[in-house]
Write a protein that binds this ligand. Structure first.
Ligand code: SF4
Length: 419
């Protein structure tokens, strides 16, 4: 039941956020941290100018960086990525996880390369993966060079811990030759000792100084295909660090709240943090980090983007909170319907409601919906009753109906004619 719970939590938070936006309380009340005034003003100006607090109106201008065939930054749609959780040396298990991530909507996959055996496995993984791969490497620049030889699409390294300046230069030149970008990934948990001393801890300023230090190392060797991430495990340090760095560089930002937690607490924390970052236009690619399968991370990332109107891909599931009128186990039913529709990619509003008395009316704006009684349920479109179906057949019939409606929407057919 983990997944439905997380989705319900996410939806509730986004509904609350929508109410804040509509009430024009907006981000002032969520981000009263002193600096960042400029970006909040930009947001407010955009709302006042357009009447639409759409996040896309205030996107930060960044350089375009290509990761394989996927564009990051430069105004390209915000890219969803995640990281495999398998032992990279186990080629088949890793490939099968990559396939599941791709089916959930993942566009770039990062994989850990801890040693030479992982590099060997990478050859086959790269050959069979249909989406770009980024190698995550620490400490040993020779692993980075070996991954570039295997045709990796990008690297995630910290130039400061990968070797000497000569080693960094060698990696940067090889990356340039292979058109592979490098992401500098600053993490509040592994900042340089001198910066911790100077800033009195892992402050946003310390994170930014670390990022700039690594950026300058790459720039000094003539490398500019750079992405940057500044991850802390709490929302406001992360937000503040991105705000400060945004004033210094125009490299695309990879954003996420690191070590966010379990599927429920991590989903909430990631949603809060990413929503704030997205609405300040600070994000070019996102990763949601959860102690959960990576497909769930991808689903949550897409739901955040889709609810903020930044990517239209996943269906929007509307479900009622359940009250004393409900006579079925709606949690299990919702879970079953969500799992049967997991591969659906159309932006369709689907309602799953707990009673026939109020359900169709409460969800009348949904493209298609179902509401349950004790022995039967009704399927409705745009609030109008389509038919009554016996309980044992209703889930299958409803899923079929959703797929058929989604197919017709894809062809541009109107649904109102049939209702
Ligand atoms: Fe209650 Fe029915 Fe509304 Fe669900 S749809 S909250 S069961 S009245």
């Amino acid at each position: 039941m983990g997944q439905p719970c997380a989705v319900v939590v996410l939806r509730k938070w986004l509904e609350a956020y929508e109410r804040l936006k509509v009430g024009r309380l907006s981000l002032h009340h969520l981000t009263s941290t002193g600096s960042g005034k400029k970006t909040r003003t930009r947001m407010t100006q955009a709302i006042e100018k357009t009447g639409d607090p759409s996040c896309s109106t205030v996107r930060r201008k960044t350089q375009l960086v290509m990761v394989g065939n996927i564009a990051v930054g430069g105004g390209a749609p915000i890219v969803v990525q995640s990281m495999t959780k398998t032992d990279t040396r186990d080629t088949n298990v890793t490939l099968s996880q990559i396939e599941r991530m791709k089916n959930a909507g993942c566009e770039i996959v990062r994989i850990a390369i801890p040693d030479r055996d992982a590099v060997k496995a990478l050859r086959e993984i790269r050959r069979r993966s249909s989406i770009p791969l980024i190698a995550d490497i620490h400490f040993d620049h020779r692993l980075a060079l070996a991954c570039l030889d295997e045709g990796i699409d990008g690297l995630r390294i910290n130039p400061g811990n990968i070797g000497s300046m000569a080693d960094v230069r060698e990696v940067a030149l090889a990356a340039k030759e292979n058109s592979a970008p490098i992401r500098i990934g600053v993490n509040s948990g592994s900042l340089e000792e001198d910066l911790l001393q100077k800033h009195n801890g892992a402050t946003p300023e310390a994170m930014v100084e670390s990022a700039l230090r690594h950026i300058r190392i790459l720039e000094d060797v003539g490398f500019d295909q750079i992405k940057v991430s500044l991850k802390a495990s709490d929302v406001f340090r992360t937000l503040q660090a991105y705000r400060i760095l945004a004033k210094e560089v125009d490299y695309p930002f990879h954003a996420g709240i690191t070590e966010a937690g379990s599927i429920v607490s991590g989903t909430v924390k990631s949603t809060v943090g990413l929503t704030l970052l997205l609405c300040e236009g600070l994000v070019d690619t996102i990763r949601v980090s959860l102690t959960a399968p990576p497909e769930e991370e991808v689903r949550v990332a897409y739901l955040i983007l889709s609810n903020l109107g930044l990517r239209k891909r996943l269906p929007n599931i509307i479900s009622c909170p359940i009250c004393g009128r409900c006579e079925v186990d709606l949690l299990s039913i919702l879970s079953e319907i969500e799992s049967r529709l997991a591969s659906l990619k159309n932006p369709i509003d689907i309602a799953v409601m707990g009673c026939m008395v109020n359900g169709p009316g409460e969800a009348k704006e949904a493209d298609i919906g179902v509401a349950f009684g004790r022995k039967a349920g009704v399927i409705f479109k745009k609030g109008k009753l389509l038919r009554k179906v016996k309980m044992k057949e209703i889930i299958s019939e409803f899923v079929e109906e959703v797929l058929s409606v989604a197919g017709r929407m894809e062809k541009g057919e109107s649904l109102s004619r049939e209702a």
